[in-house]
Design a protein around this ligand. Sequence first.
Ligand SMILES: [Mg+2]
Length: 212
Amino acid sequence: MIDAVLASLASSARPLLVCDVDEVILEFLDPFHAYLESVDHRLHPDSFRLHGNIRHVGGEAATAEAVEAFQEEFFRTQDKWQKPARNARETLERLSAGADIVLLTAMPPRHQGVRRALLDLFGFHFPMIATEEPKGPVVNQLISDRGVPAAFVDDIFTNLHSVRTHAPDCLLINLMANDIFRAMAPDPGERIHKAESWLEAELLIRGHFGQD
Ligand SMILES: [Mg+2]
């Protein structure tokens, strides 16, 4: 999958924007909560995590195995639940005039067919890589030796830290669609910019790409 994307970028001298999908260009937490309610569970924003915060409507916490099973079923039927994050499509459309865009999702690759169809339905016609490997080496490979400026947008700190390690010149932006969980997020760490919205992220990306 990555080979096809690398081939499409090989001769490009444009800046590169690598974007996560869940909670970045598609809503994840609100639709996942809607799915959980359909199976008599709720996601409680008690802390900045999923595990431990998913409980049966009767109050009993869901086991780790149950949470895994919920996530599996949610991703399998994601086209019933997920929708674009606010301003994501319009912003990527504008940025795509001057940059190559690649979607990098940590979802299990077995669900990539339904995700590709859903992204196309919403107008996100950008190449996508679905992998559960660490994101840093993948982003480094995408930049390769072309020497183009790069930016990476994700809601999960471990992914941002992985890219910080493996692609040190890449602009790092922490963006999360869900207002409640974003407000609870701890500091993302050194050299990671926190954006409250896609419009704020766009300004940071354009600055880094020299496209103000
Ligand atoms: Mg995400």
